[in-house]
Design a protein around this ligand. Structure first.
Ligand SMILES: Cc1cc2nc3c(=O)[nH]c(=O)nc-3n(C[C@H](O)[C@H](O)[C@H](O)COP(=O)(O)OP(=O)(O)OC[C@H]3O[C@@H](n4cnc5c(N)ncnc54)[C@H](O)[C@@H]3O)c2cc1C
Ligand SMILES: NC(=O)c1ccc[n+]([C@@H]2O[C@H](COP(=O)([O-])OP(=O)(O)OC[C@H]3O[C@@H](n4cnc5c(N)ncnc54)[C@H](O)[C@@H]3O)[C@@H](O)[C@H]2O)c1
Length: 476
């Protein structure tokens, strides 16, 4: 017989989204049940952000050793030990895992159930031998790697983000299918760890990023020795004794690799959830929600990677976290909260790093009659020169009157540098706020102020400034 639980909130999925929702509710003293069928921490901790950034850190260390001579320091050529790199990645996961553990959430007051959850009707979920009849439900079941429709691919041995971090040897020749954030981060990491890498991308690499900004990163990958094929649609894949071959439209010879990594987008996890008896609508893009993340069943919300439709598709951990905040305000406090997508920054952790927030140039030109583009190059930044990290630029989009619409940065610490611009977009701030800031010297943050100052460069040389200065001279 199943035991009945009647919490205020039942959260399905213990990844970034579900954990944030459960922790926030528990902090308010709300009775919560959290159901996770696999590993607590979900994708980000186990097979996403954390292992990929740990792998990139190892790769950057190897690259730093290779690039050390101009500093006047000599070391022998780095030797990469795949098994020890794997050990490093797993130890980073293990160091963070206690934060997401069932024990920690139990101590917060969350009732954690290990099992697969399924709706049996509009108000009841079953899992791990329990029936859960909650006031509100939050679906946070995430996404899985999509397998593109390429003949032969399904029959080939291929890696995805779910298996690539299990490798304890560096692949000799890695083919990467997909040139999005996953594909390029991992391509650069494996190249710097010693693999020969070819990226096969059907459209433009980093196609979601402002093209000028993306070009810096793609050029840097090519300089590292990664072959990046753009407008290259994979049309067939085959497995042979020597590895894997991928045929690209318009190319006579196949690309060959010892390993193939598929990083070609995501599919929401909705199967087996009982969405039909729950009265929750979904389509191929994910669970359909309103701007406040409520599904077609008013008691049920969806957050994180599983969200589809016009309010979904931003598949990032920080988006999952902010979704959780919206749902807690709506479900617990009944406040009219909604997702503010324009204020959401994104970052890609290639070297040089990329970060963006708000409206980018192409979109701003469509929406506004007159815009200003402000830039500053990292090669004009003293700290960047001192550290020999001069690749990249900051690009700010404002209205003609200087209201900040968006920012895109490619260069060292871009992911950190984007935060004041996120605030500016959120608060509708003027570029004057950056002009008037005092920033410690020498820091990378100075690129933000220097870009802002260019807004006034023409005005400073304008005739009225000269007239004003001549008039002030009359007073002594
Ligand atoms: C290689 C890679 C690198 C990434 N790097 C970054 C990055 O640097 N920064 C960033 O912001 N984002 C990054 N992301 C994206 C980020 O990992 C995801 O956006 C985020 O993890 C989504 O969180 P989620 O909670 O929605 O889903 P998930 O983390 O997938 O969690 C869903 C959980 O639900 C569970 N579940 C599913 N169905 C059921 C069920 N029926 N019953 C019970 N449990 C269930 C699953 O087991 C899973 O644990 C990266 C992704 C990849 C692939
Ligand atoms: N730094 C970060 O925040 C970070 C890092 C990695 C992943 N992520 C998230 O994870 C999600 C998945 O990333 P992703 O890179 O897999 O997806 P993506 O959708 O960003 O990129 C997939 C790429 O694969 C290409 N592609 C698809 N089918 C193809 C084919 N047959 N031949 C050639 N190319 C093909 C697409 O054109 C696309 O450019 C993204 O939503 C992203 O938000 C975030």
């Amino acid at each position: 017989m199943t035991e009945l639980l009647t919490p205020d909130l039942c959260v399905i999925g213990g990844g970034a989204a579900g954990l944030s929702a459960a922790a926030g509710a528990a902090a308010l003293g709300v009775p919560v049940v959290l159901i996770e069928k696999a590993r607590m921490g979900g994708e980000c901790l186990n097979v996403g952000c954390v292992p990929s950034k740990a792998l990139l850190a190892a790769a950057d260390a190897a690259q730093a050793a290779r690039s050390i001579a101009p500093f006047g320091v000599a070391v022998s050529r780095p030797r990469v030990d795949g098994a020890r790199v794997h050990g490093h990645v797993q130890r980073v996961i293990a160091a963070i895992a206690p934060n997401d553990s069932a024990a920690r959430f139990g101590a917060m007051g969350v009732r954690v159930l290990a099992g697969e959850a399924r709706f049996v009707d509009r108000r009841t979920v079953e899992a791990a031998g329990f029936s859960i009849r909650a006031r509100r439900f939050v679906i946070a079941t995430g996404s899985r790697p999509a397998l593109p429709d390429v003949p032969g691919l399904a029959e080939c041995p291929y890696l995805t983000n779910e298996t690539v971090f299990d490798l304890d040897a560096i692949p000799a020749r890695l083919l990467v299918l997909g040139g999005g954030a996953s594909g390029l981060e991992l391509a650069q990491a494996f190249r710097r760890l010693g693999s020969e890498v070819t990226v096969i991308e059907a459209g433009r690499a980093l196609g979601r990023i402002d093209p000028e900004i993306a070009a810096h990163a793609v050029t840097a990958l090519r300089r590292d020795g990664v072959t990046v094929l753009e407008n290259a649609r994979a049309v067939r894949a085959e497995h042979w004794a020597g590895g894997i071959r991928v045929f690209v439209a318009g190319e006579a010879t196949a690309r060959e690799g010892s390993h193939l990594l598929v990083a070609a987008g995501r599919t929401p996890v909705t199967d087996g959830l009982g969405l039909e008896p729950a009265g929750v609508a979904c389509d191929g893009s994910g669970i359909l929600v309103d701007a406040g993340l409520r599904t077609s069943n008013r008691r049920v919300f969806a957050i994180g990677d599983c969200v589809g439709g016009p309010h979904g598709g931003d598949r990032f951990t920080h988006v999952a976290n902010s979704h959780a905040g919206v749902v807690l305000r709506r479900a617990l406090f009944r406040l009219p909260a909604k997702v503010e997508r324009a204020e959401t920054p994104t970052a890609v952790f290639t070297d040089p790093e990329i970060a963006m927030v708000g409206v980018q140039e192409a979109e701003a030109r469509q929406a506004h009659r007159d815009i200003r583009i402000l830039r500053w190059a990292f090669s004009e930044n003293d700290r960047a020169q001192a550290e020999r990290r001069t690749e990249g630029e900051i690009k700010i989009v404002t209205t003609a009157r200087g209201k900040v619409l968006g920012a895109a940065i490619v260069g060292p610490h871009a992911g950190e540098l984007v935060t004041p611009w996120t605030l500016a977009v959120r608060k509708g701030m003027s570029i004057a706020e950056f002009r008037d800031l005092t920033i410690p010297y020498p820091t990378y943050s100075e690129v933000s102020r220097r870009a802002a100052l260019t807004f006034y460069a023409d005005a400073a040389r304008g005739p009225w400034v000269g007239r004003l200065l001549r008039m002030l001279r009359l007073f002594g």
